[in-house]
Ligand binder design. Structure first.
Ligand code: AHG
Ligand code: MN
Ligand code: MN
Ligand code: MN
Length: 334
């Protein structure tokens, strides 16, 4: 397979980059890649299996859980449990963190926070969905890992990534030394390096926000939307509005083309809708590593104090100059 660099080969080649180069993080990333392939297989034939629709349960977020939410959650937790490198899994779909059996995880040094299936509202309508993961080293040195090991500030992440199950399936991740994208080649069942050293354009002409919540937006967001919609040839405005409803898909598009994704506070989400630990922090780490910017309209996402597993945050993320412009109006008007 000349010229093809698989995820596994890449991880091994780059292993010396990891501060803890004993191979544990490499194995953890491999375990995540395996679970992503299993989920991809089900996503690709969801219409043919009894895996569409709802389970009939409500998760701690107050959302109706989809069968694929639960399936993906089970796959990632099982891959992380059996891999032996992870001592705790924190998931959007679990009220509390999932401690991994001490026997299996006695030497495990890593904590994984995960949104196993992002964009669940798109599953039944065949629109791109994703997975988001965030990896920390445990801080506690003896006994069982604790909640404090999970509630670490975003700057402490040692790796973060997402999988997008779209027109093709990609895994994009960072370990703090840039961002690399791998496309799944189903004919060989391998993620192959397709987007080395990804960089998000500093400027863009795409804004991504659920304008249905307009009346509840902070004034600074309303002012920014008007800025995007005003005719101004010099700055290629009006911009284009694109909103998929899957954070991973909206942010991945902006990573490739340039753009800004905003989920601000609204009346139904006074602290924002997206979850800091397994959506905002990992996506912020990736976008910053690709040269972009991620804040809550005022402060850097990665600097936010993490106080609870499912806490939410407003997020303005994407091309640096677009986020800076939105922040300028947030600080001026909100
Ligand atoms: P999840 O499916 O993991 O619960 O996440 C859904 C999130 C995110 O993917 C997306 O950007 C946002 O919800 C869409 O929210 P609205 O439907 O309120 O616009
Ligand atoms: Mn959900
Ligand atoms: Mn999500
Ligand atoms: Mn989810």
């Amino acid at each position: 397979m000349s010229g093809i660099l698989t995820l596994g080969q890449f991880i091994i080649e780059k292993q010396s980059d990891f501060p803890y180069a004993k191979g544990e993080l490499s194995r953890l990333l491999r375990d995540i890649g395996i679970a992503a392939k299993i989920v991809n297989r089900e996503v690709n034939k969801a219409g043919l299996m009894d895996i569409l629709g709802e389970v009939g349960t409500i998760n701690i977020q107050g959302e109706n859980q989809k069968k694929l939410d639960v399936f993906a959650n089970e796959q990632f937790i099982s891959a992380l449990t059996s891999g032996g490198e992870c001592c705790i899994v924190a998931s959007e779909e679990n009220d509390e963190f999932v401690p991994i059996d001490a026997e299996v995880s006695k030497n495990a040094r890593y904590i994984v926070a995960i949104d196993p299936l992002d964009g669940s509202s798109n599953i039944d309508v065949n629109v791109a969905v994703g997975t988001i993961f965030s990896i920390y080293r445990r801080k506690s040195t003896d006994g069982k890992a604790t909640l404090e090991d999970v509630l670490q500030q975003g700057t402490e992440q040692v790796a973060a990534g997402y999988v997008i199950y779209g027109s093709s399936t990609m895994l994009v991740y960072t370990t703090g030394k840039g961002v690399n994208g791998f496309t799944l080649d189903p004919s060989i069942g391998e993620f192959c390096l397709s987007h080395p050293n990804m960089k998000i354009p500093t400027d863009g002409t795409i804004y991504s926000i659920n304008e249905g919540n307009y009346v509840h937006f902070p004034d600074g967001v309303k002012k920014y939307l008007k800025y995007c919609q005003i005719e101004d040839e010099q700055t290629s405005r009006p911009y284009t509005s694109r909103y998929i409803g899957s954070m991973v898909a909206d942010i991945h598009r902006n990573m490739i083309k340039g753009g800004i994704f905003i989920y601000p506070t609204t009346s139904s989400a006074p602290n924002g809708k997206l979850r800091l630990v397994y959506e905002c922090n990992p996506m912020a780490f990736i976008i910053e590593q690709a040269g972009g910017r991620a804040t809550d309209g005022y402060n850097r996402i990665l600097d936010q104090q993490v106080t609870s597993l499912h806490q939410r945050s407003a997020i303005f993320i994407g091309s640096k100059n677009m986020v800076l412009k939105a922040e300028e109006l947030m600080q001026q008007y909100s």
